[in-house]
Design a binder for this molecule. Structure first.
Ligand code: FNR
Length: 381
């Protein structure tokens, strides 16, 4: 894990930054103002987005000494697969746009193949999810669903994910409507981006059957049909409907309240994903990391995935100490893609993992289980 750091100490500096601030500064230069607003923007005055990251600084761990940490194990078991790291790439719609060839989702999948860090493909992938799954090679990923109103279309998207070899169905609950994001309005980016991002949708046979003319002939009508079918209003009753539709493990993304976590666990979902969408959906909320302990308690043993505000290896370790099974990396890998494609994203993931590994070593935690059982040693100021 520490190849990047050790090489740096001996004078071979990394090609890309290893800290989030420098990474972001590089990405700001690489992205157009429109894309930057899309990627960086959050809801309202972005206070929740800001708190997501800054709240990590209020949590601290107490190091333990005289523990043999010469070997560290960062592997986890998730959905019946052993992954050698506890991080994954969170689902990001339009991620394809951030690379020159508009195939950023394929580049992210290549980074996944290279690093063994699973990638969660978004419904709003630029590239059909089958092609993305192939690019991920031997690292099985997850598929994130924005549930369409049209039930046959929802079923088709899920079936395609299952056939393509994704290992979990991540159902995003917080985005049946898009939040109030001033930066989207400031650069009017949505109309420009929408027509480009929908190739995963546009390739769907059920979606195509809803159109008079294929998207290649009438893009505006296809975009209109997409908008009209987006965003089914879900309630707890729909969980059984999903369960009937698929054998994939079901993950509910956007659960932040302990009672919701308890209810989801009682319904037998396979994992709960604590996230506030990186502050992009509701402003004025509590930092996601501060909600994690309650969600873990409510989940009562059901695995908990976490994202929102994770910027470093120490953030990853803190989330695990607070009970997360796996930790999602969002904007940082996107910035990696923007500055260096698959190689840039792989670098970001490796840097985060290397820092996490080093932190475990110096803090006296040889395994993630040791980090988790040190939960009592993590405190908030
Ligand atoms: C997202 N996120 C997201 N989530 C999801 O379930 N489906 C999606 O298509 C998207 N799209 C998306 C686009 C962009 C530009 C961003 C930044 C985020 C939310 C994502 O999965 C994750 O919850 C956040 O990125 C976590 O916040 P940070 O750590 O990136 O700030």
């Amino acid at each position: 894990q520490n190849a990047i750091y050790n090489a740096g100490l001996s004078g071979v500096l990394p090609d890309y930054p290893v800290d989030f601030a420098s990474l972001q500064a590089r990405a700001e230069k690489a992205l157009s103002p429109m894309l930057l607003n899309y990627v960086q923007g959050g809801c309202g005055d972005e206070h929740t987005q800001y708190s997501n990251a800054s709240a990590f600084h209020h949590w601290g761990m107490v190091p333990r000494m005289l523990v043999d940490c010469s070997e560290r194990d960062l592997s986890i078991e998730l959905f019946g697969t052993r992954y050698h790291s506890p991080i994954f790439m969170a689902p990001i719609g339009l991620n394809g746009e951030v690379t020159q060839d508009r195939k950023g989702d394929v580049a992210a999948a290549r980074a996944s193949a290279e690093t063994g860090v699973p990638f969660c493909a978004s419904t709003l992938s630029n590239t059909p999810i089958e092609e993305v799954a192939t690019a991920a090679g031997n690292t099985p990923g997850f598929f994130q669903l924005y549930t369409p109103k049209h039930e046959g279309l929802a079923e088709s998207l899920i079936q395609r994910a299952e056939t393509a070899g994704y290992r979990a169905l991540v159902i995003t609950l917080d985005t049946w409507l898009t939040g109030w994001r001033p930066r989207d309005l400031n650069t009017a980016n949505f109309p420009q981006l929408r027509g480009k991002v929908l190739e995963n949708y546009f390739s769907d046979p059920v979606f195509r059957s809803l159109l008079d003319k294929p998207p290649e002939e009438d893009l505006a009508a296809a975009v209109g049909t997409w908008a009209a079918t987006f965003g089914k209003v879900l309630t707890w009753d729909h969980i059984a409907w999903f369960r009937e539709m698929t054998n994939l493990p079901i993950v509910l993304k956007g659960i932040c309240h302990a009672d919701d976590a308890r209810r989801a666990a009682d319904l037998g979902v396979d994992a709960i994903y604590c996230s506030n969408h990186g502050g992009r959906q509701a402003n004025g909320g509590i930092a996601a990391i501060d909600m994690l302990p309650g969600v873990v308690k409510g989940a009562g043993g059901t695995p908990v995935l976490f994202d929102s505000g994770v910027r470093s290896g120490s953030d990853v370790i803190k989330a695990i100490a607070l009970g997360a099974t796996a930790v999602g990396i969002g904007r940082p890998y996107l910035y990696g893609l923007a500055i260096g494609g698959a190689g840039g994203a792989a670098h970001v993931l490796r840097s985060i993992l290397a820092e996490a590994d080093l932190l475990m070593a110096v803090n006296g935690y040889p395994t993630l289980e040791a980090v988790r059982s040190a939960g009592a040693e993590i405190t908030r100021d």
